[in-house]
Ligand binder design. Structure first.
Ligand SMILES: Cc1ncc(COP(=O)(O)O)c(C=O)c1O
Length: 379
C-alpha cells in the first residue's frame, strides 16, 4: 500500500467535491476525514477482527475517546471494568465524569455483579478489556455481551492485549472493538496508532466524532502498522510460546507470590481463556513477595530487557505499573484496580527465551535480596 502523503485531494468539479465531503460519493478530500493509506489499515484490521468496517486513529486513546463519545453524553452512564488501562480509567473517571457521564466500576469476572450494576440504573455502555492491563483478567465476552444487550447497553471491548489473532470479540457479541495498534498490530514499537472496528452504523458514528475532534492517523504511521500485519500470526505464536514457558518457570521461583498468565492452570479465568483465546498471548503479570521495593530492585537489575512503559513489541518490556502505566492512580485506586505494589507486567518479546529467563533470574535475585532486608523495604 503506498503512503498517500497528502493533506488534501482534489476533485474534478465543485459538485464532486461537495459529494465526497458529504459522503454522497466515495472518495478523498481531506486527510483528517479520510486518507487512502489510513483507510486501507482500517479495512485490514476490520477484516482481521471479523467486523463490517473500521476506522483508524492517531493512537489507541484517540480511538477509545472517539468510540465512547459516539455513544455517551451528559446524563448517560457507563459500567466499566475495574481492571483497565490507566489512561482509559483516567478518561472515564476524570474527563467523561467532568462532562456529566456517570461511571460505575465492576469486576467483569463477577457476572452477577455486572448484572447488578446494569440493573441498578440504565447504562449506555458496558466496557471491558479482552485481557486486562495489567492484571491479565480475561473477560467472558459472550456472557458480557449477552448481559449488556439484555439490559440495553452497547458492549465495547479493548482488544489490545489479545489482538485479533488471539480473540475476535465481534464474533462473540461485542458491538465495538477498540485497539491500540501501537502494540501487537504494528509490533515493532516504532509507531503510535489506534483502530475502532464494528458495524457500519456504529463506526460511522465514531468517524463523525473523529472528524470534529481530529485524532487522525498520519499516512506514514498507517503504512508502518500495515507493514506489521502480515507477521502478526507468527509473532503472536512466538510471544505466546515464550510467555507460557516463562510463566510456568516463574511460578516455581522463590520471591514470587503469584504469576498470572492465561496458559496457567492457576489462572482464575482459565476456562474462559480456553473457550475464547486461541493462545495465552505475550503478556504476563508477576506479583513479588517483597512488594514495591522488590519490584523496583527487579527492574533495576535487568541487563537485557527494556525498561519502558509500552508492550506488544518484538522487544521484551518489563514495567512496574504503580510507577508507570498506572501512575495516575493513588494507592486506594490501585487497590481498587487489583494492582499489588509488587506487581510487574512483562510483555514477552521475540528474543531467545533462555536469554530472557537469565535476565529474569537476575531480577529475581535482586528482588529476593531486598525481600531479606526488611529495613530497606520499609523505608
Ligand atoms: C490496553 C490498552 N489500551 C489502550 C492503550 C492506549 O494506546 P495508545 O498508547 O496507542 O494510545 C494502551 C496503551 O498502553 C493499552 O495498554
Amino acid at each position: 500500500m503506498p503512503i498517500y502523503q497528502s493533506a488534501t485531494f482534489s476533485s474534478a468539479d465543485a459538485a464532486e467535491l461537495a459529494a465526497v465531503l458529504t459522503d454522497q460519493e466515495p472518495g478523498y478530500a481531506y486527510s483528517r476525514v479520510d486518507n487512502p493509506t489510513t483507510a486501507a489499515l482500517a479495512t485490514a484490521v476490520a477484516e482481521l477482527e471479523g467486523a463490517e468496517t473500521g476506522y483508524a486513529f492517531a493512537s489507541g486513546m484517540a480511538a477509545i475517546h472517539a468510540a465512547l463519545l459516539s455513544l455517551v453524553g451528559a446524563g448517560d452512564r457507563i459500567v466499566a471494568t475495574r481492571a483497565v488501562y490507566g489512561s482509559t480509567r483516567s478518561l472515564l473517571a476524570r474527563v467523561l465524569t467532568r462532562l456529566g457521564v456517570a461511571v460505575e466500576w465492576v469486576d467483569v469476572a463477577d457476572l452477577d455483579g455486572v448484572e447488578r450494576a446494569l440493573v441498578q440504573a440504565p447504562a449506555r455502555v458496558l466496557y471491558a478489556e479482552t485481557i486486562s492491563n495489567p492484571t491479565i483478567v480475561v473477560a467472558d465476552h459472550r456472557a458480557l455481551a449477552d448481559l449488556a444487550h439484555r439490559h440495553g447497553a452497547v458492549y465495547v471491548v479493548d482488544n489490545t492485549f489479545a489482538s485479533p489473532y488471539l480473540c475476535r470479540p465481534v464474533e462473540l457479541g461485542a458491538d465495538l472493538v477498540v485497539e491500540s495498534a501501537t502494540k501487537y498490530l504494528s509490533g515493532h514499537s516504532d509507531v503510535l496508532a489506534g483502530v475502532v472496528a464494528g458495524s457500519r452504523e456504529r463506526v460511522a458514528a465514531v468517524r463523525d466524532v473523529q472528524i470534529d475532534t481530529g485524532g487522525s492517523l498520519a499516512p506514514l504511521a498507517a503504512f508502518l502498522v500495515l507493514r506489521g500485519l502480515p507477521t502478526l500470526a507468527l509473532r503472536m505464536e512466538r510471544h505466546s510460546d515464550s510467555a507460557a514457558a516463562l510463566a510456568a518457570w516463574l511460578e516455581r521461583q522463590a520471591g514470587v507470590e503469584r504469576v498470572i498468565h492465561p496458559s496457567l492452570a492457576s489462572h482464575p479465568q482459565r476456562a474462559v481463556a480456553d473457550r475464547q483465546l486461541a493462545r495465552g498471548g505475550g503478556m504476563l503479570a508477576v506479583q513479588l513477595t517483597g512488594g514495591r521495593a522488590a519490584g523496583a530492585a527487579f527492574i533495576d537489575a535487568l541487563a537485557f530487557t527494556e525498561r519502558t512503559a509500552s508492550l506488544g513489541s518484538v522487544h521484551t518490556m518489563v514495567v512496574h505499573p504503580p510507577s508507570t502505566t498506572h501512575r495516575q492512580l493513588d494507592d486506594a485506586a490501585l487497590r481498587d484496580a487489583g494492582i499489588a505494589p509488587g506487581l510487574l507486567r512483562i510483555s514477552v518479546g521475540l528474543e531467545d527465551p533462555e536469554d530472557l529467563q537469565a535476565d529474569l533470574e537476575r531480577g529475581l535475585a535482586a528482588a529476593t535480596a531486598v525481600d531479606r532486608v526488611p529495613v530497606v523495604r520499609d523505608r
